[in-house]
Design a protein around this ligand. Structure first.
Ligand code: PHE
Length: 459
């Protein structure tokens, strides 16, 4: 097949740090602030945190290096990058399927991510109007379920979130994504620090520390390992090409992919732990709130906790603002692989493409909106539309994408090409990375994937 693709039409980041902020912005999102605390709560605390950290170090970071490398070598969007690289190594063009599955995963994830980010918008408004002041457990629950059944509100916030996200993407790599990243990440880190200090001052910090770092391995089950691995992928934005697309925009100067990715992995983990240290001290200081409350932890429990504290409304508003920013800087990276592919291949303007994709994502998002109210009884394998999308993307598509990326880099690509891109780290480290990609990641991913499927089908 003859391709008329234009390499490099999407642009380049201004510097290595813009890339770090953009990739960290993609990684840090609802996954860190909303999902991480509640899955830690559901899976018993410290031991789960330990397994999660091991997954990040042993699988997440090596695969992230592989993704950045593929993007930078090809300087193309994920679909075209995989086409180009498979041709370079003289293997089947079917490997571009990795890019295709990423495009689909990105659209699906953004469709429900936008709805949940919309809740955060709504809660930001509630916090600003002082609605959490002295709120009781019951009214907080009613507030959340009230929002879930309010279709016009859900749709409006979903629309607003998508409009901002797509507006940034339409601005392009330098002016849109790059500028957003350079402002959002520092603001996010600053807000997080302020909130941790607040939590430490008014909350039960000691209980939170012991909950997060007390490695009680008894609480750990097989299923938790699968949750930890799936989450490592989701939180690092791996397995769907977001990081590959961003890698294609790296500046030309010699940049060590190993070191750069390490910074991103550390930042993402740091934010997840800090988010835990904001949320759990507040939760533990409040007897009526359970750490294992599930997805509602953030939206039901935190208002109760903030509502009873000094300057709670102000800090609750700061908190939900933080969630919105984190979600925006992730949302833009979900759609970039598709947008950049269409720009390269079809030469259509970014504005037109984002508008069209926006409509598609918005429509799919309605499925998630309805799954909380009119379609709440419609289930597939026992899951609502929202749960099914979450499971399909985070637990199936992303790990599978990661598996194929590891196999491609470890077994299919010519070793000399791989060494050209990553070989600047110490020899021992390089060997270790290559070994992980060839053997450890595929075996672990395959194993956990089977466990996940087995659990799902037998539940
Ligand atoms: N990493 C993001 C988060 O933790 C989610 C994400 C997944 C972003 C996949 C891009 C791609 O919220």
């Amino acid at each position: 097949m003859k391709l008329s693709i234009q390499q490099g039409v999407n642009g380049r980041w201004r510097s290595r740090w813009t890339f770090i902020f953009a990739a960290a912005g993609s990684a840090v999102g609802l996954g860190n602030i909303w999902k991480f605390p509640y899955i830690v709560g559901e899976n018993g605390g410290g031991a789960f945190v330990l397994v999660y950290l091991a997954c990040i170090m042993a699988i997440g970071i090596p695969i992230m290096m592989a993704e950045v490398m593929l993007g930078r070598r090809a300087r193309l969007s994920p679909i075209n990058a995989m086409l180009h690289l498979s041709r370079e190594s003289k293997v089947s063009h079917w490997w571009s399927g990795v890019g295709w599955s990423g495009v689909l995963a990105g659209i699906l994830i953004l469709s429900f991510y936008s709805v949940v980010a919309g809740w955060a918008f709504h809660y930001l408004m509630l916090a600003m109007s002082g609605d959490f002041y002295q709120i009781e457990a019951q009214s907080s629950g009613a507030l959340f379920s009230g929002l879930l059944s309010n279709i016009p509100a859900l749709i409006s916030w979903h629309t607003l979130f998508l409009l901002i996200t797509l507006g940034i993407v339409a601005g392009g790599v330098v002016k849109g994504l790059g500028t957003a990243a350079r402002y959002m990440m520092p603001v996010l880190l600053l807000l997080l620090m302020v909130l941790v200090i607040y939590s430490a001052a008014v909350g039960d910090f000691a209980s939170a520390l012991s909950f997060l770092f007390n490695f009680n391995t008894q609480a750990l089950q097989w299923n938790s390992v699968s949750v930890a691995l799936g989450h490592a992928f989701f939180t690092l934005s791996l397995g769907m090409g977001a990081i590959m697309a961003y890698g294609a925009y790296l500046p030309d100067t010699k940049i060590s992919i190993g070191r750069t990715v390490l910074v991103i992995g550390i930042l993402d983990t740091f934010v997840a732990i800090m988010a835990g240290l904001v949320i759990f001290p507040i939760v533990f200081a409040n007897a009526s709130v359970e750490p294992s409350a599930g997805p509602g932890l953030l939206f039901v429990s935190l208002p109760i906790a903030f509502g009873g504290m000094t300057a709670g409304s102000f800090f609750a508003a700061l908190f939900f603002f933080l969630v919105v920013i984190a979600a925006l800087s992730s949302g833009i990276s979900m759609i970039e692989p598709t947008v950049s592919w269409l720009v390269e291949t079809k030469g259509i303007s970014r504005l037109k493409i984002t508008a069209l994709l926006g409509v598609a994502v918005w429509l799919v998002g309605l499925g998630t909106v309805f799954s909380f109210n009119v379609w709440s009884d419609v289930t597939l394998f026992g899951s609502t539309f929202f749960d099914a999308l979450d499971f399909l993307t985070a637990n199936i598509m992303l790990p599978l994408g990661g598996l194929f990326i590891a196999i491609f880099v470890g077994w299919v690509m010519k070793p000399s090409f791989v060494a050209e891109e990553i070989g600047d780290i110490r020899r021992g480290l390089y060997r270790c990375w290559y070994f992980i990609l060839r053997y450890v990641s595929p075996v672990l991913l395959g194993l956990v994937f089977c466990i996940t499927l087995f659990n799902k089908l037998s539940s």
